[in-house]
Design a binder for this molecule. Structure first.
Ligand code: ITT
Length: 193
């Protein structure tokens, strides 16, 4: 069965694809011929996830889900939050990560969390699923796997950053995996016995 995932982010597609393996084939925006960077003008993860899923429903008449996520850092009043993808003003993971480290210089409270909200639109109804993982921000980046802020985020109870984990390991604990498991459970409930 095919499932449309309204994203342009290849890393998200890969992580989500692995979680849905054997159950669904994931099609991202380019797979359905959509080459638009859907505007994220909302004030919350919920609103932005819904803007992305609704865009596909309205323009392609396909049921679809979308993921809006970000890093919330306690000492920065939960920034970058919904601005995670463009914290510095540009959509460049490396520059945005550097800006976070700069703002966190000398800061002793390193607590942070990653959050994902998934919006699934099925039959015109919007269903929201959330995933959160707590952790802390390192003083310097480490690791070369994953994407975004992974090299500076260490999940609670672990020594390694997300970027030092392979995808299978990150997928066991991540914010995105937690939200996806809720989505998968919901989809299973929908299927006739
Ligand atoms: P789409 O909107 O096309 O899905 P995007 O990259 O713009 O892709 P978001 O608007 O949700 O996605 O922005 C989330 C940003 O937060 C993303 O660009 C990363 O910098 C960061 N981020 C999200 N999930 C992450 C993860 O699992 N690991 C590291 N950084 C993450």
């Amino acid at each position: 069965q095919e499932l449309v995932f309204a994203t342009n982010n290849k890393h998200k597609t890969e992580e989500v694809g692995k979680l849905l393996l054997n159950e669904y084939t994931v099609l991202n925006l380019s797979d359905i011929g959509c080459n638009v960077d859907i505007p994220e003008t909302g004030d919350t993860f919920e609103e932005n996830a819904t803007l992305k899923s609704s865009y596909v429903v309205e323009n392609y008449q396909l049921d679809c889900f979308a993921d809006d996520s970000g890093l919330e850092i306690e000492a920065l009043n939960n920034e970058p939050g919904i601005y995670s993808a463009r914290y510095s003003g540009v959509k460049d993971d490396e520059i945005n990560l550097k800006l976070v480290l700069q703002k966190m210089e000398g800061q002793s409270n390193r607590k942070a969390r990653f959050k994902t909200v998934i919006s699934l639109i099925q039959g015109k109804k919007n269903h929201l699923f959330e995933g959160v993982i707590n952790g802390y921000i390192r003083e310097s980046p480490i690791g070369d796997q994953g994407f975004g802020y992974d090299p500076i985020f260490v999940p609670e109870g672990y020594e390694q950053s997300f970027a030092q984990m392979d995808m299978a390991q990150k997928n066991k604990i991540s914010h995105r995996a937690i939200a996806m498991h809720k989505l998968i459970a919901f989809l299973k409930e929908q299927q006739p016995a």
